[in-house]
Design a binder for this molecule. Structure first.
Ligand code: HEC
Length: 129
């Protein structure tokens, strides 16, 4: 019985030790801790470039490919004080290149499945460039 208790105690302390280690690792670089806004932008960039959203297939940061560059979109949205969030929720009309809107429209089937948080992160990333 004593032996069993010792073993059990040993196992518990090993387990709790393990979880402490994990916590320590998360905070290895406290000086690089991102602000909430930086985190949103980083999440947006990741989603933008992911296979799930595939935005990066048509939108590069600096160069027009199939779609306008992210910088061009951000510039026009800033100038016109417009909302990428509303555009992605199909609540506002295209203002960058309406003649190519049909191409962009094919993405709304996927975009519709994104949460508000995901759409906000995409907007934050695009507007940060
Ligand atoms: C198949 C190519 C393609 C993909 C993939 C694509 N886009 Fe586009 N996008 C376009 C084209 C072309 C335009 C220009 C037409 C327009 O302005 O609506 C555009 C325009 C835009 C605009 C500007 C709209 C405006 O006001 O004119 C935004 C914002 C945008 N895309 C965001 C995204 C996001 C976010 C994704 C990923 C979820 C995405 N796009 C994926 C082709 C694409």
């Amino acid at each position: 019985m004593k032996q069993f208790l010792t073993l059990a105690l040993l196992a518990i302390s090993l387990v709790s030790c393990g979880s402490k280690e994990e916590k320590k690792e998360e905070n290895l670089y406290p000086e690089t801790t991102l602000s909430a806004e930086e985190k949103t932008i980083a999440n947006g960039k990741e989603l933008f470039e992911s296979n799930k959203a595939a935005c990066a297939t048509c939108h590069l940061p600096d160069k027009k490919v199939i779609g306008p560059s992210i910088k061009e979109i951000a510039k026009i949205y800033k100038e016109q004080n417009a909302s990428i969030f509303d555009f992605l929720r199909q609540k506002s009309e295209p203002i960058v290149d309406p003649s190519q809107y049909e191409v962009m429209k094919t993405n709304f089937a996927i975009i519709k499945t994104f949460s508000d948080e995901e759409i906000k992160s995409l907007e934050a990333y695009m507007m940060s460039l």
